[in-house]
Write a protein that binds this ligand. Structure first.
Ligand SMILES: Nc1ncnc2c1ncn2[C@@H]1O[C@H](COP(=O)(O)OP(=O)(O)OP(=O)(O)O)[C@@H](O)[C@H]1O
Ligand SMILES: [Mg+2]
Length: 153
């Protein structure tokens, strides 16, 4: 029997695919065989790709306070599903928000928190619809310090 606690990190960008990734991550975190509960970390990286959030970042918004308010709204929205599912399943979880380049930031956090498994969507919020892998998930598969579970769109 596995008597250790696993640390699972899910990367959320507010897309429907990342919600699917959250669903899988919560399921995985709930599959514990030992006496210690697994822990789930949900990460959102505030990147410079404001185009991805066109619906909220309309042109002409420049006041710092308004920008930060809009980010807060996006971040809260992105974490809705993980909060709901993790609470329902009684899984200990932590949400993390950082600013930076998504893949590098997620890699850094996975390393820092000694994550056992990273869960990502195959694609995300990007405007260009790709056949299979987005640039963030591709980069993570190549450089993450742990295994990467890619949830298909
Ligand atoms: N800013 C982010 N913060 C946290 N996780 C992210 C972020 N961006 C992407 N991800 C994770 O990576 C997955 C794949 O998204 P990715 O950005 O690679 O694809 P895309 O948006 O379709 O394409 P691209 O960004 O290359 O135009 C998402 O489902 C999510 O799990
Ligand atoms: Mg993207």
């Amino acid at each position: 029997m596995l008597e250790v606690r696993r640390k699972i990190m899910v990367a959320v960008d507010g897309s429907a695919v990342s919600d699917k990734a959250v669903y899988e991550a919560v399921w995985l975190a709930g599959c514990q065989a030992g006496k210690f509960k697994n822990k789930l970390f949900a990460v959102f990286v505030k990147a410079d790709r404001v185009r991805d959030y066109d619906d909220l970042f309309v042109k002409g918004v420049s006041a710092e306070s308004e920008i930060s308010e809009r980010w807060q709204h996006i971040v809260e929205h992105a974490f809705l599903v993980v909060r709901k599912l993790a609470l329902e399943k009684d899984i200990p979880f932590e949400t993390i928000v950082v600013e930076g380049e998504p893949a590098a930031s997620i890699n850094h956090l996975a390393h820092k928190h000694d994550i056992d498994l990273l869960v990502v969507g195959s694609t995300g919020k990007g405007a260009v619809k790709r056949a299979f892998l987005g640039s963030v998930s591709a980069e993570l598969i190549e450089h993450a310090p742990c295994g990467v579970y890619v949830v298909r769109a």
